[in-house]
Each structure stands twice: as C-alpha cells, then as structure tokens.
Design a protein around this ligand. Structure first.
Ligand code: AKG
Length: 278
C-alpha cells in the first residue's frame, strides 16, 4: 500500500470526525503533512474525503448516461468511450463502457469540484484561482484492462505545469480489481517519451512510458470516498480488473487559471473556472 501521511482523514476544524461537514474547511495542520508528501512523492491520499451518498449519485448518473448511449458518442454533452477489449462480450444492455468524459458541468459532478474544501486543498499548489479542465468517470468492469505507465502531462500540451489530478474512489480499489500503482518521487522529471500501448485491443489513446524502471512502484489501495491528489508528472498505471465486481473512480484535473492549451482542439477538455478563494 502507498505510504500515506500520518494523519490522512480530513476532519472539521473542531477535530470531531462526527461533525464532519463536506462544506467545512480543511484542517491546515493535516494539510502541511499532505504538502510534505506532495513535495517528496508527488501525491497524497485523503481517507474518507467524500461521503457515500455523493458516490451513489455519481454512479447512478453515469449508469444512466451509459444506458442512453450505444457505448460510444456524445450523450447530454458527455463523451462515452467503449472498453475495447470487452467488445466480444457486450453487456446485457449494450456495449461495455470504459470511460465517460466531460462530466464536470453535470449537477451530479460539479458540486464536488466546486466545494471550498477541495479548492483549499489545491490552492497551496496551484493558487487560489483554478480551472477544472478535464473530468472522467472510469468504469473498470470485470475483465477490463488497466492503463499502462504514463504521466498525465503527456496529454496536457499546456503553457505551464503541473496540473493536479483528483482521483476519487467510487468503489474500493484493490490489487484484484485493478487499483492504481504510482512511482513515488520522479514527478520532478520532465515528461518522458510515450509510445502507443503495445497490446492489440488496448483502449483508444492509451500510451506508455518504456524508458523507466518501475520496480519501486507502490499500489494505492483505496476505500470508497478516499481521494488521491497527484502531480501531473507523477508516473502511474493501473492493473486489470480480475475480480467479479466493478472498480469505479471519478477523476478531475485542475489547472491554475490562465493556463493556455497550446494543442489542437481537444474533444475532452472543457475549461470551467472554479469559484475563486479569497
Ligand atoms: O483508474 C485507472 O485505472 C487509470 C486512471 C489513470 O491512469 C488516469 O486517470 O490517468
């Protein structure tokens, strides 16, 4: 399991976990620990960040969007992608969906990224004015393949870095169901060369780093509601879902406001300014 900061559960400012309120402020002492981990490792984990009803509402919403799609295409402004390696074994109600992008304006997903506690979490890293530019719900159905080693900044041809990734566990993430693995430390390195995923049948757009030794990587085991906060140069991957159940996560990416996208128009990026912190 990834080494986590000594105190990883956000609590309300009076320290009583029973009075945890999602609109509460971050505990600033806890957050100093988190920022140490950020500097050293390029990531940190907040245990129990989001309550179960939010996760249930997110899952219900993406299941409805997936059912309204034929497994690929735009549904209510969101982009649905199929699970390439599972197309010979379609789900009872249609194609097996891999990911749904462009969700952060949807009422089931927007409040999470706009909440003050989240913006306070990211502000010491990126500043008080933030944009959410990318979001994706990742269904990892039984049999779905993992994503190979990569740095998210490879996909972000912006005028500055880093950006911050927020990986919210909607279900548990285990060794069996395909949790993330991260390589602590070399997030200070530039973006490495990425080559197309060499597996025939890999999901669209998957690319991988092949010039790095990943033997010091660690798995990130998560419970529903845990939040991984990670640097966009952090090298990470995930493994296949070898369990009988779904492994689901909701991932947001945020940037400093004013960041310019220097790449060709992207079908997945959607720049949404978040309410500024005072
Ligand atoms: O959740 C996964 O399986 C992979 C996610 C990932 O690597 C990413 O969001 O960059």
């Amino acid at each position: 399991m990834a080494e986590a900061p000594a105190r990883t559960t956000s609590q309300s400012s009076n320290g009583d976990p029973d009075s945890l309120d999602p609109s509460d402020h971050l505990d600033h002492l806890d957050h100093l620990d988190h920022l140490d981990s950020w500097e050293r490792d390029g990531f940190f984990v907040l245990r129990g960040f989001e309550p179960q009803p939010t996760l249930d509402a997110m899952l219900a919403r993406v299941e409805a969007l997936a059912q309204g799609s034929s497994g690929l295409g735009v549904v209510e402004g969101s982009l649905v992608m199929p699970e390439s390696n599972l197309q010979d074994a379609p789900a009872e109600d249609g194609t097996v969906v891999s990911k749904i992008f462009r969700l952060h304006r949807d009422p089931a997903f927007r409040p999470f990224v706009e909440q003050q506690r989240l913006r306070e979490l990211v502000a010491p890293i990126l500043g008080k004015r933030l944009d959410c530019f990318l979001s994706q719900f990742i269904f990892k159905n039984p049999g779905a393949w993992g994503q190979p080693w990569h740095q998210d900044s490879h996909y972000f041809p912006f005028d500055r870095s880093p950006q911050v990734g927020l990986w919210l566990a909607v279900t548990e993430a285990t060794l069996e169901n395909g949790c993330l693995h991260v390589l602590p430390g070399p997030h200070r390195e530039p973006v490495h060369e990425h080559v197309p995923d060499r597996r025939p049948g890999a999901n669209y757009g998957y690319r991988e780093i092949v010039d790095m030794d990943f033997s010091a990587s660690v798995p990130v085991l998560m419970e529903p509601g845990d939040l991984l906060v990670f640097h966009s140069h952090l090298m990470h991957a995930s493994t296949d879902n070898e369990s009988a159940g779904l492994r689901a996560a909701m991932v947001y990416h945020v940037a400093e406001s004013g960041t310019r996208d220097l790449g060709p128009p992207s079908p997945v990026n959607d720049w949404l300014p978040l309410p500024p912190l005072e």
